[in-house]
Ligand binder design. Structure first.
Ligand SMILES: [Zn+2]
Length: 299
């Protein structure tokens, strides 16, 4: 029997997790913030409100009934070759996670999608509220991709709901400005995306942004050779090189950003390309090898 997590309960869990992270970020910040935290978080929550409404209007009425249909008609990979029952949800979540990795790469590589995803990256600070800051148009254009994920992978409502909850927890966590003890982060990062790892993806340097695309498990970045852990957080400038002035990333401006003429995102306003020489790493391994004994525990 398929059961989804009731909307109200999952909403309360998300809000609870968000509140806990906001308090923790204030107590143990990982990176110095460029903007006052309250203003920053409220702006991001306003963007998030529009996205949430878009998801409710466009995604939920398509994707949830589709997942029921997929299960009833036994359509898609996991329905044609059903795994053991205990593996159903973890396998579906892993496959959704991988296809989301592919979508994330596309949002950077396809100019039309980057126009929308850039709003997420133009944030001058990275915190739990950034995890919710996606332009409503990015949410709208992701609906066909999400529908294809569900239909082709054969993801039923129970697995879909579990994946959505896990994804939410994961993105809130790895966007947060929470300073975890280094030893803990080194133990987590071979498996899960961590705040320091995702911080590198939000760097103003193009070669650093073009790494760490995973949203849940880090295995996808490792498989594709796109994992980077060699940049200490205090060396990272968060945001897009083209938008360094807080006056240019106010709420009205970021909502209008996809519809305006695009600047080259990785060039500074004076036209220079921002560069930095390689420095010592917070983790000495470029890609931690899970097979190596004591991985992540040294360095
Ligand atoms: Zn991105």
């Amino acid at each position: 029997m398929s059961r989804r997590i009731p909307g109200l309960l999952s909403g309360a869990l998300v809000l609870g997790a968000f509140a806990v992270l906001v308090v923790a970020e204030a107590r143990r910040p990982l990176r110095r913030e460029a903007e006052p935290k309250l203003r920053h978080d409220l702006r991001n929550l306003a963007v998030a409100g529009l996205s949430a409404a878009t998801l409710r209007l466009l995604e939920a009425p398509v994707v949830v009934p589709l997942s029921r249909l997929v299960e009833r008609r036994r359509f898609g990979l996991l329905q044609w070759a059903p795994p053991p029952r205990w593996l159903e949800v973890p396998l579906a979540a892993a496959l959704m996670d991988y296809t989301l990795y592919v979508w994330h790469v596309l949002t950077h590589r396809v100019p039309f999608l980057w126009r929308l995803h850039a709003v997420h990256h133009a944030d001058l600070d990275l915190s739990a509220s950034t995890a919710l800051r996606f332009h409503f148009m990015e949410m709208a254009v992701s609906v066909p991709w999400r529908a294809a994920q569900v239909a082709l992978l054969g993801v039923g409502p129970r697995a879909l709901s579990a994946w959505q909850s896990l994804l939410f927890a994961s993105i809130l966590f790895h966007h947060s400005n929470l300073r975890l003890p280094l030893w803990l982060e080194r133990r987590l990062v071979p498996f899960l995306v961590t705040p320091r790892m995702h911080g590198i993806h939000h760097s103003i340097l193009e070669e650093e942004t073009n790494s760490n695309w995973s949203s849940g498990l880090t295995i996808w970045d490792r498989l594709h050779g796109t994992l980077r852990l060699d940049v200490p957080q205090d060396r990272i400038a968060i945001g897009l090189a083209a938008y360094r002035d807080p006056a240019e990333v106010t709420l009205p401006r970021i909502l209008a950003m996809p519809f305006r003429r695009q600047r080259p995102s990785f060039l500074l306003p004076d036209g220079r390309r921002s560069r930095r020489r390689r420095s010592s790493a917070w983790s000495r391994r470029r890609a931690p090898d899970p097979a190596a004994p004591g991985h992540g525990g040294t360095g």
